[in-house]
Design a protein around this ligand. Structure first.
Ligand code: ITT
Length: 190
């Protein structure tokens, strides 16, 4: 069976290819022409919106992930606006570091809300997980995407950009949210 990944984010796409390797599905990318407006007020609203729209348009199962980084000293921002906080990854990182200039409390978490829809657009599985850490003063590491170079994960003290894929998957918001539902996915696609 086909599973459409309702995402245009290259970093996420690479992570999903690996995370879903044990599920017997054919992973397809959402049609380039399909634009889903992310106007929900929560990660969950946006994940449901992306998955249900891609399922209905393709008549196939789909998986969407709405994620972001929430910084305590910024009242939870960028949050659902993480991908829109500035025009590219570099500028988003610069904005966060600027807004945290001189701020002692650097506590933050990543969150991923995953939604899977059946071919008729109905939500069949949901999952959510967080990963806690701190925003560091100077970016470290070259891997990954987005805010990875400035997020130091609590238990390893490594930034996501200093981790190889396996380590990031074992502790990241996305890895943890997806691992919880892998048994359900294996069953649906068996
Ligand atoms: P799609 O909606 O097409 O999947 P997107 O990038 O717009 O792509 P989101 O709306 O879920 O996806 O925004 C998530 C943003 O949060 C993403 O663009 C990154 O800036 C950030 N983000 C999420 N997970 C991340 C991770 O594991 N590492 C670094 N940054 C991450």
């Amino acid at each position: 069976k086909n599973l459409y990944l309702a995402s245009k984010n290259k970093g996420k796409i690479e992570e999903y290819k690996k995370l879903l390797a044990g599920v017997n599905c054919k992973l397809l990318l959402q049609p380039e022409s399909l634009e889903v407006e992310e106007d929900g007020l929560t990660f969950r609203d946006n994940a449901i919106k992306k998955a249900s729209e891609v399922s209905r348009k393709t008549n196939n199962f789909s998986i969407a992930d709405d994620s972001g980084i929430c910084i305590e000293a910024l009242g939870g921002k960028p949050g659902i606006y993480s991908s829109r906080y500035a025009e590219n990854d570099q500028k988003r990182i610069e904005r966060v570091l600027r807004e945290l200039d001189g701020v002692q409390n650097r506590s933050a978490f990543f969150i991923a809300n995953i939604c899977i829809c059946s071919p008729n657009g109905e939500v069949i599985i949901e999952s959510e997980a967080k990963c806690h850490g701190n925003i560091i003063l100077n970016p470290r590491g070259k891997s990954g995407f987005g805010y990875d170079p400035i997020f130091e994960e609590s238990s390893t003290r490594l930034t996501f950009a200093e981790m190889n894929n396996d380590i990031k998957d074992s502790c990241s918001h996305r890895g943890k949210a997806l691992k919880k539902i892998i048994p359900d996915l294996i069953e649906i696609f068996s």
